[in-house]
Ligand binder design. Structure first.
Ligand code: GLN
Length: 483
């Protein structure tokens, strides 16, 4: 049962081959026996999941149930869940039980999807390896001595290990696509503003966007259909017409023009990754797409600009965790200042502290123009590169990550090496564009991801191109050994 895709589960629930209760029990059992190996869940909501499954079964009997009714999924622990701990991977929120659901969580609840639990993640979504979580690292099901990618590593590992058929995730600089790439999954980050950020704990508000991790593009389309919505509780949510992403999956991509940016195939790209990505590009040519070399000349400035903007926004967003209102509070504070400093000092991990310090520095009166304001200008140039490129091409193609999954600790002492993991993913967040990663082969038994970037609100076209690739290849059907 655990090898079924979401599309197959939907069909089989309706054909009464099994009930939602049966498949939910099956996944809960797998989580119980296998997850100690991977650490992909922070909280498993067993009782609640079984109650939801029972209610879903009743609706399924009545007929006319919504698409995801009775389908078990998992939520990244960054989405607030009413009455269920939402930690954001941090000691700061280890005791936080939200009194409300995030809009994304509510959207799935309205469909009567079953929530298996909350997935592990880098602390406050800062990281590319899932080593910064207060709850310990997540292991990559393809190689347990390697990282699953981050920050949505728990969501990726649980789907790769077949502990859930799909999971929600978020992407500020690559946190959906990078773990998708390292765990052999399909992961889509929609256009900024397509998915509500209400109740999604903020890291860098102008970059954060919710999305999904699944095995196939078809499943991603099914999940995104539910996740995407206009929400007036999030002032950055865009009231753009909603499309049915499953309706265009079968469209031919013949005649589509795909751009290959020179800058994404330069120094630093692992040769095995490069070869698999080049083969994937040939596959697109076979599918009838025309390819064209393009240039995104400011690509090299994306990582430096991001590491000013994201910390700046994070230093402002995380100032709310002060030991006063909610979250961790230190023992016996002497005075107010002691309460602030010790609560924050004791509950935040090193990477979060590093970002707060860098961000507060970049925003300080003396350095604002030199760093923050400069980074915003660079951001504009990066966006313009994409606008120019999309005058000539329909999609942009390249690698998702510079190399396959690396070993634990390999980049732990070198924050800059870790930051370069997102060298191909960050620019799209700065520009607000949609992008996805799909598996395109294995290098030494570890998955390699192919990235596709689309123009604003072109999620349907991206998923269509991904699905067409998956109808001709079987990389997305491979599973880690023993699973
Ligand atoms: N790795 C990047 C960072 O640490 C991106 C994280 C993310 O997308 N949430 O900031």
């Amino acid at each position: 049962m655990h090898n079924l895709t979401i599309a197959e589960i939907i069909a089989k629930l309706r054909a009464k081959e099994f009930s939602s209760t049966e498949i939910t029990q099956h996944f809960l059992k797998r989580i119980e026996t296998l997850d100690p190996q991977y650490n992909s869940f922070i909280t498993v909501t067993k009782e609640q999941a079984l109650a939801q499954a029972k209610a879903a079964d009743k609706r399924l009997v009545k007929g006319n149930a919504p698409a995801l009714c009775g389908v078990p999924i998992a939520h990244k622990d960054i989405f607030c869940t009413n009455g269920v701990k939402t930690s954001c991977g941090s000691k700061m929120l280890d005791n936080f039980i939200p009194p409300y659901d995030a809009t994304v969580v509510e959207n799935y609840a309205k469909q009567h999807a079953v929530i298996l639990g909350k997935t592990n993640m880098d602390e406050f979504a800062m990281g590319s390896s899932n080593e910064t979580s207060y709850y310990g690292p997540v292991k990559n099901p393809w190689a347990v001595d390697c990282v699953p990618g981050g920050s949505s590593g728990g969501s990726a590992a649980c789907v790769a290990a077949r502990l859930a058929p799909g999971a929600t995730a978020t992407d500020t600089g690559g946190s959906i696509r990078q773990p998708a790439s390292l765990c052999g999954l399909t992961g889509i980050k929609p256009t900024y503003g397509r998915v509500s950020r209400w109740g999604m704990i903020a890291f860098a508000s102008s970059l954060d966007q919710g999305g999904v991790l699944t095995r196939t593009a078809e499943d991603a389309a099914i999940m995104l259909n539910v996740m995407a919505s206009f929400d007036d509780k999030d002032s950055t949510c865009v009231d753009h017409e909603l499309s049915d992403y499953t309706a265009t999956l079968q469209d031919s991509i013949a005649g589509m023009t795909i751009g290959i940016p020179d800058e994404y195939f330069s120094e630093g790209l692992d040769p095995r990754t490069q070869e698999l990505v080049e083969q994937a590009i040939k596959q697109y040519e076979k599918l009838g797409a025309a390819t064209k070399r393009i240039s995104l000349p400011h690509s090299h400035l994306a990582v430096p600009a991001y590491y000013v903007i994201a910390p700046a926004e994070c230093s402002a967003n995380l100032s709310r965790f002060d030991g006063v209102r909610y979250g961790y509070r230190c023992e016996d504070p002497k005075d107010l200042e002691d309460l602030y400093t010790r609560s924050r000092g004791e509950a935040f991990g090193d990477e979060v502290k590093r970002r707060i310090l860098v961000g507060a520095y970049a925003l300080s009166a003396g350095y604002y123009d030199a760093y923050y304001s400069k980074a915003q200008k660079v951001r504009r140039l990066i966006k313009q590169d994409f606008v120019n490129a999309f005058n000539e091409v329909d999609l942009i193609i390249g690698p998702t990550c510079p190399s396959p999954a690396f070993k634990f600790g390999a980049k732990g002492d070198d924050p800059v090496a870790m930051y370069l993991e997102d060298i191909y993913t960050i620019a799209t967040n700065l520009a607000g564009l949609p992008a996805l990663s799909i598996p395109c082969g294995l290098a030494d038994g570890k998955p390699v991801g192919l990235q596709l970037i689309g123009n604003y609100f072109q999620e349907g076209r991206l998923l269509n191109a991904a699905h067409q690739f998956q109808t001709e290849t079987d990389f997305h059907t491979l599973s880690p050994e023993g699973i």
